[in-house]
Design a protein around this ligand. Structure first.
Ligand SMILES: [Ca+2]
Ligand SMILES: [Ca+2]
Length: 415
């Protein structure tokens, strides 16, 4: 008798839930995908790249490959642009700016071999929240080596020069963390300070293809994770400290630096400066590119899931412990996501609250809006279709947004 009663009871409960649902408008789940009518213009039309940014590498003229655009948050309203070969340049945040200066040249310690190994080089730059007072900034690069088995990611602290605050001192380097890298690809590369003052580090799964070592799901390696570390203090034996509220502190076999895992190769993570939400673009393997909202201790599924789909022979159906992306796009649309920032500037009201992102290969830029209460994307609107690969997005100190293309273009949006 119970065998019959149980399913009937369950069915009745489901029916009650269904009946109590409010009526839903027919188009409530539709995503607005209408193109946004914005202009994209050169942000600093009078800036000319110096010869050392466009020089000859392996017999070919190099693309500039701007990899970071940022302000320093120090009240000086300057723009810093770092390039993948390992230079950081600085100029006034003024559309009329025509003088660009070298801030620091780190090429002597960086492994950079493009186009063959185009995911290495200088990858990350973050100014300390108190840069104005302490002159500290942090970088992420893949280090020079003599032997391929010695590939490493390096995160270091540098300081501005005592003699000239418009230059940084290459001799001031203090290495914070080095991470062995088994392959040239999937190094992640973003470093960014959170609203909590800790440094977040986006790492890839180590490389090759398909995550052959299973690093994404392995909490005993830093690879395939987003880290959270305290660069203002030191724990014994470390050049940084572990925030004690990190999710895996005290768990046997887990690295306490890890904030979130199941990551394939986040190409750009960024905090929304208004809400503090951490956004990530995670590059896909064969078929799906994805956007994630990163939360404490979250497992983002790689290499069991690619986008919202099982990956490979051991692929998993959706599981409660695997956090799905909020958005994905197929490789018919693009091949490699470049995650950006949430727009909180004043110049382009049409973009207010949008997450800007692009496809590196196709050069397409989109503005995406997400409803956190309904937990769904409400709009994903193409902004512009440019031919050139989009390397990175960045914000100035006022929250105005820029993006860079591979050949050296620095762009902004206009209403
Ligand atoms: Ca690697
Ligand atoms: Ca994922």
């Amino acid at each position: 008798m119970n065998l019959l009663l149980k399913p009937i009871g369950l069915f009745a409960a489901l029916a009650a839930v269904t009946v109590s649902r409010p009526a839903i408008a027919e188009d409530a789940d539709q995503v607005n995908d209408r193109p946004l009518n914005l202009k994209v213009v050169p942000a600093f039309p009078n800036i000319k790249w110096p010869a050392d940014a466009t020089g000859v590498g392996e017999g070919l003229i190099q693309d500039v490959r701007p990899i970071i655009i940022t302000g320093a948050g120090d009240g000086t309203n300057r723009i810093f642009v770092a390039t993948q070969p390992g230079m950081i340049y600085v100029f006034p945040n003024d559309p009329a700016a025509d003088e660009i200066r070298l801030f620091i040249d780190l090429r002597d310690r960086i492994h950079y071999r493009v186009p063959q190994e185009n995911e290495e080089g200088f990858l990350g730059l973050a100014f300390h929240p108190k840069f104005k007072e302490n002159g500290e900034f942090f970088v992420y690069y893949t280090s020079a080596y003599n032997n391929e088995a010695d590939r490493h990611s390096v995160i270091s602290r540098f300081r501005v020069s005592n003699d000239d605050p418009s230059r940084a001192d290459p001799a001031s380097e203090e290495i914070i963390l080095t991470i062995p890298q088994p392959y040239w690809n999937h190094n992640g590369g973003t470093i960014v300070f959170g609203p909590d003052g800790y440094l977040y580090v986006g790492l890839g799964d180590g490389g090759s293809g398909g995550d052959p070592h299973g690093n994404g799901q392995n909490l005993s390696t830093l690879l395939g994770s987003i880290l959270r570390i305290d660069v203002d203090r030191r724990d014994p034996g470390l050049n940084y400290a572990i925030p004690q509220d990190n999710p895996f502190v005290g768990r046997s076999g887990a690295r306490p630096e890890i904030w979130a895992y199941g990551i394939r190769n986040v190409w750009r993570i960024a905090f929304d400066r208004q809400t503090g939400v951490l956004w990530a673009g995670d590059v896909g393997q064969d078929t799906w590119e994805e956007i994630d909202i990163i939360t404490r201790g979250g497992n983002y599924g790689w290499n069991l899931r690619e986008g919202m789909h099982p990956f490979g022979d051991r692929g998993s159906d959706p599981r409660p412990d695997l956090i799905e992306p909020i958005w994905e796009y197929h490789h018919d649309v693009g091949k490699s996501i470049t995650g950006g920032n949430v727009y909180r500037g004043q110049a382009v009201p049409e973009l207010n609250g949008a997450y800007l992102y692009a496809d590196w290969v196709g050069g397409q830029v989109w503005a995406l809006w997400y409803d956190f209460d309904a937990q769904r994307v409400t709009a994903n609107r193409p902004v512009v279709k440019k031919g050139a690969p989009v390397m990175t997005f960045g914000e100035d100190d006022a929250g105005e947004l820029y993006y860079a293309t591979q050949e050296g273009g620095l762009w902004k949006f206009e209403p």
